[in-house]
Design a protein around this ligand. Structure first.
Ligand code: CA
Ligand code: CA
Length: 348
């Protein structure tokens, strides 16, 4: 049974010249999206055996035609294989990037594929359709792929392009987003166009997105900041803090309380920082009290929108809400109170 399967696969490899797809492991006609982790494990186990099988074929062919095909054994023995064994053929396409890892002359696309596998960092290759010298074709080993340089993926009659099979071939990301393959883990990540968020960029940005799952509360001393994490990758143009309950004071004994500072007035003393306590909002120097147009210390909403460029955030990234004196460790012993809020983010 194994022998039959082995011969079948060997035959399949030899047949790549006329096929539109070099694929050692996927079943013909399979249309559903494959389990990439399982397939990759399978490929890593079988790729070396398959290459040995192919070498046997090219060596016999080489002996018969008096050609030097020892490249094949060298590619296996040198141990530089990336472990991948599946390529997708893009007929009459050329990836026109400047950086080329290696330019070779090869007898066929399989020889080019094996050289790519044996070359560290090779992600795809261009294969010349016509022979250019002594029956050999041009073979360009490339360090990137059509997904990263789609604008340079041009039609041509002179080349076929081959890329290592990966989940991006199945266009998992939504339209207008960019799928970036993660070859080491057989995974991918979607880079969203403006207006979309989510792992697959399939969520349209609402005008205002509540980011906290439970209310965020901050105190006024002892580093009693409130924290929340971002639900999506994206870019933020503004944060809005909406007061729910409670109040804070810079001098509790005098009963001087408000939502965002101390006394009721135009000055504010609430800050938004990242997880290392670097101030993100408001974008002003220092961490003293500040003012924002139209917002008072007892306003229900405190909106930070004075951004010069949108803030890039990742899924799970932590932000903190601080009372200014607590953040600065200054005059905090006489402080008091606690205030809670919801946090809204404006994605762009
Ligand atoms: Ca104080
Ligand atoms: Ca403190």
């Amino acid at each position: 049974m194994k022998l039959t399967k082995f011969y079948f696969r060997t035959f399949a490899i030899v047949g790549i010249r006329v096929n539109t797809r070099i694929d050692f492991n996927l079943s013909p006609g399979k249309t559903s999206q494959p389990n990439w982790k399982r397939i990759r494990r399978s490929k890593m186990k079988s790729s070396r055996l398959l290459k040995v099988a192919y070498c046997c074929f090219v060596l016999v062919k080489g002996i018969l035609s008096n050609r030097d095909d020892l490249y094949c054994l060298r590619s296996i023995l040198d141990g530089h294989s990336a472990g991948h064994a599946s390529f997708i053929e893009n007929r009459n396409r050329y990836l026109n990037i400047q950086l080329i890892l290696q330019s070779l002359l090869v007898y066929d696309s399989m020889q080019c594929a094996l050289n790519c596998l044996a070359t560290l960092g090779c992600r795809s290759f261009n294969f010349g359709v016509q022979t250019v010298f002594d029956g050999k074709h041009s073979c360009e080993l490339l360090p990137s792929d059509k997904f990263n340089y789609y604008n340079l993926f041009a039609p041509t009659a002179k080349y076929h392009h081959y890329s290592i099979s990966n989940p991006c071939e199945y266009t998992p990301c939504s339209k207008d987003s960019t799928c970036v393959p993660l070859y080491e883990t057989s995974d991918f990540v979607c880079h969203c166009a403006p207006g979309s968020i989510g792992n697959l960029c399939d969520i349209k940005v609402p005008s205002s997105l509540k980011v906290n799952s439970k209310e965020v509360c901050f105190g006024t001393r002892g580093n009693s900041y409130g924290s929340f994490t971002m639900p999506y990758y994206g870019k933020i143009s503004a944060f809005k803090l909406v007061h729910l309950r409670g109040s804070v004071s810079c001098r509790a004994v005098d009963n001087r309380f408000s939502y965002w500072r101390c006394d009721v007035g135009e000055f504010l003393n609430t800050f938004l920082t990242n997880s290392t306590n670097a101030v993100v909002f408001p974008q002003i120097s220092g961490i003293n009290s500040y003012t924002l147009p139209g917002i008072w210390s007892n306003s229900t909403e405190l909106t930070f929108k004075n951004l010069t460029v949108p803030l890039s955030v990742s899924k799970g990234q932590e932000f903190r809400v601080w009372y200014g004196e607590d953040l600065k460790d200054e005059s905090e012993t006489d402080n008091g109170g606690r205030a809670c809020m919801d946090i809204y983010a404006l994605y762009v």
